[in-house]
Design a protein around this ligand. Structure first.
Ligand code: SF4
Ligand code: SF4
Length: 328
């Protein structure tokens, strides 16, 4: 029998996002809220025996904190997974909503169990090129100040794109000044973000510039270095095959209940290989879903590397030729 050991679950709470970004087009989508999974399904999922050792939940979207379900899901996580860590990404564009939501979330979870990531993508001049919501930069600052009053762990996230790669060091400086942590990720073309063919490729010289900057900031000494090596291999079209344990060690449940091993399930060409089933059809019985033929076939396909070469850059239960992924 297939041995699942699911450490992490990613819940995409709702894809609704009224924002506006250059490198992500989720904001253009029309979201059918009636198709989203309801709270009783979340509750059944969270009680599942197959998640008994799961300790990490990621709540994403869209702008997940605008969903009424967001706090309810946190409440359920705190009820059934009292030791779990919850990580959640926000735009920072709704200061009072973020403040009230995080304040309540902390009452359920406690400050050591909640991590808030704010998408910042560099310094002010970069920000205005990629994140187009009016006064977004100022709103992020206001949100940061408000959340800092709550003593919650805040991380500024910078996804490296052609528009901002020169500002990595300035971004780190900004994070130091604001007293927040930093995280650097790398841009990826994806159907999920609706940006295929719209991401400008880096030249070799630019990749060298990024690599030298990452060395200067000490990134090579962090466990995240594997992700840069992965990104560089993708950007230079030299992707090796690797071992991937997404699916057995981590799953994603999208807002409509589709279960995937990783974000790859939201890519058109990978969906037929990676779709494990819809949890609504199982009334939230995740265990039954994960042991159905379709889900087991997905795990076999992953083992046989049928979904590779993989350029998702977000998977963490991986073993690359250059080292272990951050979740191993
Ligand atoms: S990056 Fe985030 S804030 Fe921007 S459009 Fe996509 S989901 Fe919305
Ligand atoms: S190799 Fe890539 S697409 Fe396949 S399961 Fe792993 S992360 Fe997902």
């Amino acid at each position: 029998m297939q041995d699942y050991k699911i450490d992490d679950v990613c819940f995409s709470i709702s894809r609704y996002c009224p924002g506006k970004c250059v490198n992500c087009n989720i904001w253009k989508e029309e979201v059918k809220k009636e198709d989203e999974i309801n709270l009783s399904i979340y509750e059944t999922i969270l009680q599942s025996d197959i998640l008994k050792d799961t300790f990490y939940f990621s709540l994403t979207g869209g702008e997940a904190q605008l969903s009424k379900k967001y706090l309810e899901v946190i409440k359920l996580i705190s009820k059934y997974k009292s030791k779990a860590i919850v990580q959640s990404n926000i735009s920072g564009w709704y200061p009072s909503i973020h403040y009230k939501t995080v304040k309540t979330a902390l009452e359920y979870l406690g400050k050591n169990s909640l991590n808030i990531d704010i998408s910042v993508d560099g310094i002010e001049e970069d920000y205005k090129k990629v994140r187009l919501t009016k006064n977004g930069w100022e709103k992020v600052k206001e949100t940061t100040n408000l959340l800092q009053q709550l003593n919650v762990r805040i991380t500024y996230v910078m996804i490296i794109h052609k528009q901002n790669y020169k500002s990595i060091e300035a971004f780190i400086e900004l994070c130091k000044q604001r007293g927040v942590r930093w995280y650097i990720g790398f841009s990826v073309e994806s159907d999920n973000f609706g940006n295929r063919g719209k991401i400008e490729a880096f030249t070799n010289k630019e990749l060298e510039f990024i690599e030298n900057t990452l060395k200067r900031i000490g990134y090579f000494e962090t466990k995240h270095i594997v992700n840069w090596k992965w990104a560089k291999a993708v950007y230079t079209n030299q992707m090796p095959l690797f071992s991937c344990f997404m699916g057995t060690r981590a799953i994603t449940v999208d807002s409509d209940g589709e279960v995937y091993p990783c974000g790859g399930g939201q890519e058109n060409h990978l969906k037929p290989i990676l779709s494990m089933g819809n949890v609504k059809e199982y009334n939230g019985n995740l265990e039954k879903l994960l042991y159905n033929k379709k889900a087991l076939k997905v795990l076999k396909s992953i083992e046989e590397k049928k979904c590779q070469p993989c350029s998702l850059l977000c998977a963490h239960k991986t073993i690359f030729p250059w080292g272990k992924g951050t979740g191993m």
